[in-house]
Design a protein. Sequence first.
Length: 425
Amino acid sequence: MNRILFFGVLLALTLSAKTQDVNKLAREIEPKMIEWRHYFHQNPELSNREFNTAKRIEQHLRDLGLEVQTGVAYTGVVGVLKGGKPGPVVGIRADIDGLPVTERVDLPYKSEAIGEYNGEKTGVMHACGHDTHISVVMAVAEILSGMKKDLRGTVKFIFQPAEEGPPRGEEGGAPLMVKEGVLKNPDVDVMFGMHIKSTMHVGSIGYKTGGIMAAADRLYITVNGKQSHGSRPWSGVDPITVSSQIIYGLQTIVSRQVELTKEAAVISIGKIEAGVRYNIIPEKVEMVGTIRTLDEEMQKDIHQKIEKTAKLIAESAGATADVEITQGAPVTYNDPELTTMMVPSFAKSCENLEVVNASTGAEDFAFFALEVPSIYFWVGGCPKDVALKDAVDHHTPDFYVDDAGMITGVKAFLNLTLDYMKMKK
């Protein structure tokens, strides 16, 4: 056997052995990780109110001997693991908040939690899988802590609150963490983040270079009319009718006024509030919605068109419309060079590796990616015996992901971290 072939075979055997080590460690911690997930699922908390969740995470990190910082962006927790050898600083992020959704899934660990959202009582549920993210990153922290002596660098575990957005009038989430210096001291070189996906089978990982998730902006429209008796609409200005026309007009912005072959875009109204009685035409209607875009110029253009459409439709009926657009997360951007470099790490972490299309969902992980090269990826959570067409989407009362999906996330984070440290030593 010639020298080049010999060392090639030796390298392949070494990488195979390392992969087997990662797989073994992931399997060993899986039962404990599932217990953690069930606890967090049964005890969800809303954005900026994740007090007990944070305490549980904090205790785990302290038990591992990590340097721990609490109260970051109100309820965030950060653990720092300094390896025994010099090397880069890798950031790993998990989001920790639940949603104002009442669970319908019949599980032994079903959420019965009640919270308050925008002044109203509501059920609370991990309807987007953040309970799995917490548990995966806690497992990765425990495994890497056991490797501390041989670890070639530092790992910063960032448990982030309010990914779903802070309550109106409050700061929160990734932008506040960045503002408070979470990527400093020690300075993070790269960030890795994952999201469980109910519409991707267990054992799969999905990734892409460049933009993987959309920018998300909040839309508030108030239509001001003139109150009147329901039997005499001509004596007032009906803001409900005007609002319905505005909603229709907003949809023609996407379908008729933007170049959809360039990138996708979405305008959705999620809440309408008006009136107090069946026979009174109210004075005003308040609407709240979301705008999703994957291109910065298209985003600006759509914002202008929304304001023009709402105001001119209202004016044509004798009403007025106040439009407020609050910019949220930007496009979640995967650094092309870093992503390409780490594809082999993904490949050895899963049964099925997919290059995916960009999603019109949004992620405030994007704010970390604005600061340092980052990768954000999908991990399958749909049971293998369920057809993807029958899988229930995120943010719904029937949302469900299989515990078996989490081990792929553990393997991915371990391989990404350890491989990056070897490349950058």
